[in-house]
Design a protein. Structure first.
Length: 235
């Protein structure tokens, strides 16, 4: 069963937040000098670019916290990434959801709703979702305008560095992005501040780099009886 996607759907709203996070959350860098009182932003950004552009796969546990519109929602699960352009966000708590892309097609599936949304992966690489971060083409200093040290924000971990900047392709929707990076160069927290006052925070733990991940993990086939909605996942 297939129909065209409609604007304003709640699932689309969730997917928009998820896709924005994917842009930046898993850019991991070479070791940074957290003890440096005035770290050089250009060099920090370059080290993030250099390391992530050489990374072939990554697995991590994530926690997502959304606050806004009178809502406070926390979800968690596992994320897998693999070049080129493959990703799988598997939500387990409190509700099962799945966002998966094999580089050709992208799917968002909610078992309880018996619905799966589908979109061509190439359409995700637009002004709202510059997936260069996932394709090994990122230049952090260009993607985040005004990149700077967020010295006014307390890091979660001792010795971590907190950065802030405005995503150049999403400035009309996201007012600011906060990144917390460990001394080993892993991004452990991502906070998106929306222009509407809402915020979405992602925390990443148990990160494993260049792990073996079968390509089949990024394929999806809608179960029998599932409604397939074709259209823009992040409208």
């Amino acid at each position: 069963m297939t129909r065209q996607a409609s604007h304003g759907d709640n699932l689309l709203t969730q997917m928009h937040g998820l896709r924005v996070a994917v842009l930046v959350s898993l850019a991991v860098s070479a070791p940074l000098r957290a003890a440096d009182a005035n770290p050089d932003i250009k060099n920090l950004a370059a080290s993030v670019d250099a390391h992530y552009n050489h990374l072939h796969s990554l697995e991590a546990e994530f926690t997502e916290v959304y606050r806004g519109s009178g809502m406070d929602r926390t979800e968690s699960g596992t994320l897998w990434l693999k070049k080129p352009g493959k990703m799988r966000w598997e939500y387990r708590s409190p509700k099962e959801k799945l966002f998966v892309s094999n580089g050709k097609d992208a799917w968002f599936y909610v078992p309880d709703d018996r619905q799966a949304r589908k979109e061509a992966a190439k359409k995700l690489d637009d002004v709202r979702s510059p997936l260069a971060f996932l394709l090994g083409k990122t230049k952090l200093a260009k993607e985040l305008r005004g990149l700077s040290i967020a010295s006014d924000i307390e890091p979660l971990g001792s010795g971590n560095i907190v950065l802030r900047g405005v995503p150049t392709a999403l400035a009309d929707q996201v007012s600011e992005i906060i990144l917390e990076v460990t001394s080993q160069g892993r991004i452990v927290r991502l906070v998106m501040q929306g222009v509407d006052g809402a915020s979405t925070e992602y925390r990443f733990t148990d990160q494993k780099e260049d792990v073996s991940i079968a390509d089949s993990r990024f394929d999806f086939r809608a179960p029998a009886g599932t409604e397939v909605v074709e259209g823009e996942l992040g409208q």
